[in-house]
Design a protein around this ligand. Structure first.
Ligand code: FA5
Length: 341
């Protein structure tokens, strides 16, 4: 029996030396330590031996079993170490390489200029009023003194939804009616930022979607002088103290009188250049005294109340500030453009 045990041990250890992978190792374990291994078999035969030999053989069986288990663990560890070494060899990592930079987002140029403008208006006591982008025909046109078939509607061709008379707003001016109806007869001092939509030819200066910033002040005794002083104060906050400005007579159906507001071209300092088309001036907004019809539609008695309104295009202002020559960059999603701001 003892001889047989010694042979088992020798052969098992010799076989272990030739084991290469994890599968091999498992097979070795089943073969030499498993239920039907020779060693287990030898254990079942112990009771048949005479006492002296049984005692000695029993001890050897246990010694050999423990020894084989330890040898198995040692081999498993050695195989693991070899595998790690091989994979390190194969997939070398250069820990000195710099990491991949995480791209960091930033505010869209339109949002940047809108925030700059809102900050200027906030300083002057104007509150932000959010208004909807989907409007009724009546609010976008009718209540702003442009009844159906009014020729001025041609200036603002829009997108229609599948619901009759529900449209994408062409300007932020319908917000004037919303805020007036909500607040009448209290005084109002608000700015209304947001996206507008027009069905028009896309070009370097015109998009079918763009932001506007509307302003509205309503109260007693508000005059054209207030409109002028307020817009000049805004221009100074936006473009720097001492900037030269001018008003030009204009026409909007919802204001009377109406005026366009220009600032001195800050590219050429008023000398005339390609940006200002040799005029020395840059137009930044349309404005005027709120038309009595619009005041009445908003719930204010035009005999007692008056007010002024204005509307400007933030993208156009951003274009002027940075000499951007094409408005289409704003929504083209080209990072080469967006990352410059
Ligand atoms: C209006 O939309 C009037 N509602 C403005 C107004 C409000 C006047 C209150 C009086 C009182 P206008 O169509 O000119 O006006 O547009 C105003 C500004 O929006 C323009 O000066 C321009 O900066 C911008 N804008 C107009 N159309 C486009 C367009 N297609 N793409 C980009 N910006 C535009």
């Amino acid at each position: 029996m003892l001889e047989k045990l010694e042979t088992i041990e020798r052969e098992a250890l010799a076989a272990l030396g030739g084991v290469e992978g994890a599968d091999d190792l498992l097979r070795w374990k089943q073969r030499w330590l498993g239920k039907s291994s020779e060693l287990t078999q030898a254990m079942t035969e112990l009771p048949e031996l005479d006492p002296a030999e049984r005692h000695q053989a029993g001890r050897r069986v246990n010694e050999i079993k423990t020894g084989l288990e330890q040898a198995h663990a040692g081999r498993a560890e050695a195989l693991r170490t070899q595998a790690v070494a091989r994979s390190l060899e194969r997939e070398q990592i250069d820990v000195t390489l710099p990491g991949r930079p995480q791209p960091v987002g930033r505010l869209h140029p339109s949002t940047q200029v809108l925030r700059q403008m809102l900050a200027a208006w906030r300083q002057m006591g104007f509150e932000v009023y959010r208004s909807r982008e989907v409007e009724t025909d009546e609010l976008n046109f009718g209540l702003l003194n442009m009844p159906e078939h009014h020729p001025a509607r041609d200036m603002w061709d829009t997108f229609y939804t599948t619901k009759p008379a529900v449209i994408m707003r062409t300007h932020t001016s319908p917000g004037q009616i919303h805020v007036m109806r909500e607040r009448a007869p209290a005084p109002i001092r608000v700015v209304l930022p947001g996206m507008c939509y027009r069905y028009e030819q896309i070009s370097a200066r015109t998009e079918i979607q763009f932001n506007q910033l509307e302003g509205l002040a309503i109260g007693r005794h508000i005059t054209f002088a207030d409109l002028k002083g307020t817009l000049i104060a805004f221009a100074e906050r936006m473009f720097g103290a001492g900037v030269r400005t001018r008003f030009r007579a204009s026409h909007f159906p919802f204001t009377e009188p109406s005026a366009e507001f220009d600032v001195e071209c800050f590219v050429c300092g008023g000398q005339g250049c390609s940006v200002c088309k040799k005029t020395g001036w840059l137009e930044i907004l349309g404005s005027g005294m709120v038309h009595p019809v619009v005041l009445r539609n908003g719930g204010y008695d035009p005999e007692l109340y008056s007010g002024f309104a204005f509307g400007m295009g933030p993208e156009r202002i951003k274009m002027l500030q940075h000499r951007i020559d094409d408005i289409r960059y704003f929504w083209a999603n080209d990072l080469r453009f967006l990352e410059q701001f």
